[in-house]
Design a protein around this ligand. Structure first.
Ligand code: CP
Ligand code: NVA
Length: 324
C-alpha cells in the first residue's frame, strides 16, 4: 500500500506464523472509532486520486453475493474492486446452491478457497454472522434486515465533505426505525453526534440497539413528532417505508404517513440542513419530490460516495495480510 492509501493500515502486528484473523466489516458497533475514521480518510484519498490511487486488491478476487436486489451496492462494489486492482465475482443467491439448501458454513469454507473476500447482501443477518464465523477471508455486510453500515460510511463522508466534522452535530432520522436507522444509531456512538429519531412507536428501533447505544454513551433521542426531531438539525434523513425484508406494506403506509419529509418539515431544520436518503426513493411517500429533488438534497452525492467509502472499507479489510 503506498502513501496515497495508507490511513487505514496502521493495525497492531499479528503473530508471524499464525494467519491473521480476517478483518470483517459486519457492523459499525464491532469496529472502533479510530479505525472507522481511518477508513473515511482512505475514502477521501481514493476520491481525490480516483485515477491514480494505490491498488491494494491487485491479484485478489472478491465474491459479491446478492440474496436481494441492488443497484448502488452492486455497481459501486464492482467498480471499487476493479479500481483497486481486484476482480469481482458476482453471485446471485437464487443461482447458487445456497438457494437449494447448501449451508452457509459450507459455502463460507468453499468460497474462502477461491476468493480473497466476500460481500453479502441478505435479509437474514444471522446468515452474515455465520458466513463470517466460517470464512477465512474478510466478510463485508452489503445490507441485512438489521443494518447497512456501508451506506452510513458513505453518508458520513458526504456530510463531512459539505458541512465539516459530524461530531457534535444534530442529525435527524424521520420514518421507519429500520436497518439504515440502526446503523445510524451505531454511527452516533462511534462518530459522537446527536441522533434524534422520530418513528411511530410500533416501528421504533429494537431496544437492544438502543441499550447498546446508551451503554456506549451515545446521544440518541427518541421522539414521536417529526418536527421535534428536525428542530435545528443539520441533516434530515429518511428511507423507504417498506424495506426489502418487510411484508406488511399497507399497515406500514398507514403508520408512517405522518412521517413524510415535506418542505414544511424541512423548514424546521437548520437553515443549511442537508436532506439524505440512501435510495431507492418513493417520491410522494416517505419524501416529497420537492425535497428530494430540491436544493438541500444530497442523495446523488451519497450514492457516489458509496464507491469511495467502500474503497476505504476494502483497503482496510485487505490490508490485514500486509501486517508482519
Ligand atoms: N442504497 C442502497 O444500498 O442501494 P441498493 O439497494 O441499490 O444497493
Ligand atoms: N431500508 C432499505 C434500504 C435499501 C438500500 C431496505 O432494506 O430495503
Amino acid at each position: 500500500m503506498n502513501d496515497r492509501m495508507s490511513a487505514a493500515g496502521n493495525r497492531s502486528p499479528e503473530a508471524k506464523d499464525a494467519p491473521p484473523a480476517p478483518r470483517h466489516f459486519l457492523d459499525l458497533k464491532d469496529i472502533d472509532a479510530v479505525t472507522l475514521r481511518d477508513i473515511l480518510t482512505t475514502a477521501e484519498v481514493c476520491k481525490k486520486h480516483r485515477r491514480d490511487h494505490a491498488r491494494p486488491l491487485t491479484g485478489k478476487s472478491v465474491a459479491l453475493i446478492f440474496g436481494k436486489p441492488s443497484t448502488r451496492t452492486r455497481v459501486s462494489f464492482e467498480v471499487a474492486i476493479r479500481e483497486l486492482g481486484g476482480d469481482p465475482v458476482i453471485l446471485l443467491g437464487h443461482e447458487m446452491q445456497l438457494g437449494r439448501g447448501e449451508t452457509i458454513a459450507d459455502t463460507a469454507r468453499v468460497l474462502s478457497r477461491y476468493v480473497d473476500g466476500i460481500m453479502l447482501r441478505t435479509d437474514r443477518a444471522r446468515n452474515l454472522y455465520e458466513l463470517a464465523q466460517y470464512a477465512t477471508v474478510p466478510v463485508i455486510n452489503g445490507l441485512t434486515e438489521a443494518s447497512h453500515p456501508c451506506q452510513i460510511m458513505a453518508d458520513i463522508l458526504t456530510f463531512e465533505e459539505l458541512r465539516g466534522p459530524i461530531a457534535g452535530a444534530v442529525i435527524a432520522w424521520v420514518g421507519d426505525g429500520n436497518n439504515v436507522a440502526r446503523s445510524w444509531i451505531e454511527a452516533a456512538a462511534r462518530f459522537r453526534f446527536t441522533l434524534r429519531l422520530a418513528t411511530p412507536p410500533e416501528l421504533a428501533p429494537p431496544p437492544e440497539v438502543l441499550d447498546w447505544a446508551k451503554a456506549e454513551g451515545a446521544r440518541i433521542e427518541l421522539v414521536r413528532d417529526p418536527s421535534d426531531a428536525v428542530a435545528g438539525a443539520r441533516c434530515v434523513i429518511t428511507d423507504t417505508w417498506v424495506s426489502m425484508a418487510d411484508t406488511e406494506g399497507e399497515s406500514r403506509h398507514n403508520l408512517l404517513a405522518p412521517y413524510r419529509v415535506t418542505e414544511r418539515l424541512m423548514a424546521g431544520a437548520a437553515p443549511d440542513a442537508l436532506f439524505m436518503h440512501c435510495l431507492p426513493a418513493h417520491r410522494g411517500e416517505e419524501v416529497e419530490a420537492a425535497v428530494i429533488d430540491g436544493h438541500q438534497s444530497v442523495v446523488f452525492q451519497e450514492a457516489e460516495n458509496r464507491l469511495h467509502a467502500q474503497k476505504g472499507i476494502l483497503a482496510w479489510a485487505f490490508s490485514a495480510d500486509e501486517q508482519t
